[in-house]
Ligand binder design. Structure first.
Ligand code: 5BU
Length: 244
C-alpha cells in the first residue's frame, strides 16, 4: 500500500490523528512510551540520534510494537544536506533509517536534489517524506517566500510526499496531510523558543489534519490518560471539520 493510503487507513481505523513525539535518551523509555500509548496514536515520532544506548535491537522492538498496535514509525531526522549525503544518511550509518522509518522529515533548503536522491528508496520501500514548510519555534527563518518555493519543490515529488509539516493548512498545496508540532494544552511555550497551540485551534482554526504532541503527553503525571485526552480532542475536532 502506498504511504499516503497507509496513513489514512491508520488514522481512520484507530480514530486517531495524534502523533506522539517520544523524545527521550533512553531505549528502554522509548519502548515503554510506545507500549503505553501505542493504541492512541497513528504514528510514533522519534529522534533516534538522541538515544544514548541505541542498538538495532531497539528498532526490532519498535517495529514489533508498531505492528501490534497498528501505528507508523516517523523519524524526525530533518535531512538538509546535498542529495548524495542525504542518501547516505538515510540508508546507512548505525541507524539505517530507511530500513524502518515509514516517514522522515526533509528540509527543502538544499533544493530538489534532496528529494531526487531518496526518491528511489522511498518508492521501493513504500515509505515517504513529510516536507518541512513551517516550524513552530519563535524567530524561525522559514519565511512565506521560502515556504512557497519549498512547496513548489514538493509538488514535483507528490508520489513520495504524503504530507507536510506546517502550523496551518496552506491554501495552495496539493492533497497533502498537514501535520502540526508545537501542541500543548495550558502552556504557551518552553524556555527555548518552542511555541504551543491547542489541539482544537490547530485542527479547527488552522485547518491542520494531525497534531504532534511531545512533552504534553510524555512528561505528564499520567501519560496514558493524557494521550487519551489529546487523541479525543484532536479526533473530535477532525470529525467536526470534515463534517462542516
Ligand atoms: P514538544 O515536547 O511537544 O515541544 O515536542 C515537539 C516535537 O516536535 C519535538 O520532537 C520537536 O523536535 C518537533 N518539532 C517541533 O517542535 N517543531 C517543529 O517545527 C518541528 C518539529 Br519541524
Amino acid at each position: 500500500m502506498e504511504i499516503r493510503a497507509k496513513i489514512d487507513k491508520t488514522i481512520k481505523s484507530k480514530h486517531s490523528n495524534l502523533i506522539v513525539a517520544a523524545d527521550t535518551n533512553s531505549a528502554e523509555e522509548l519502548v515503554a512510551i510506545a507500549t503505553n500509548i501505542g493504541s492512541n496514536i497513528c504514528m510514533l515520532k522519534t529522534h533516534i540520534d538522541m538515544i544514548d544506548d541505541f542498538s538495532p535491537k531497539l528498532i526490532g522492538k519498535l517495529k514489533q510494537i508498531a505492528k501490534q498496535e497498528n501505528f507508523l514509525l516517523f523519524e524526525d531526522r530533518k535531512f538538509a544536506d546535498i542529495g548524495q549525503t542525504t542518501l547516505h544518511q538515510y540508508t546507512e550509518g548505525i541507524f539505517k533509517i530507511a530500513d524502518w522509518a515509514d516517514v522522515v522529515t526533509v528540509h527543502a533548503l538544499p533544493g530538489p536534489g534532496i528529494l531526487q536522491a531518496i526518491e528511489p528508496t522511498c518508492v521501493q520501500r513504500k515509505s515517504g517524506v513529510l516536507l518541512l514548510l513551517q516550524m513552530s519555534s519563535n524567530g524561525n527563518l522559514l519565511s512565506d517566500s521560502y515556504r512557497q518555493m519549498a512547496l513548489n519543490i514538493g509538488k514535483k515529488y507528490q508520489h513520495i510526499v504524503p504530507g507536510v509539516i506546517a502550523q496551518q493548512k496552506l491554501n495552495d498545496e496539493p492533497n497533502w496531510l498537514t501535520c502540526t508540532p508545537g501542541v500543548k494544552i495550558n502552556d504557551a511555550g518552553d524556555k527555548l523558543g518552542q511555541q504551543y497551540n491547542t489541539p482544537k485551534n490547530v485542527i479547527l482554526k488552522n485547518n491542520s489534519d494531525i497534531i504532534i504532541v511531545g512533552r504534553g503527553i510524555t512528561r505528564a503525571t499520567n501519560p496514558k490518560q493524557e494521550a487519551e485526552k489529546y487523541q479525543r480532542l484532536a479526533w473530535q475536532s477532525y470529525i467536526k471539520k470534515t463534517s462542516m
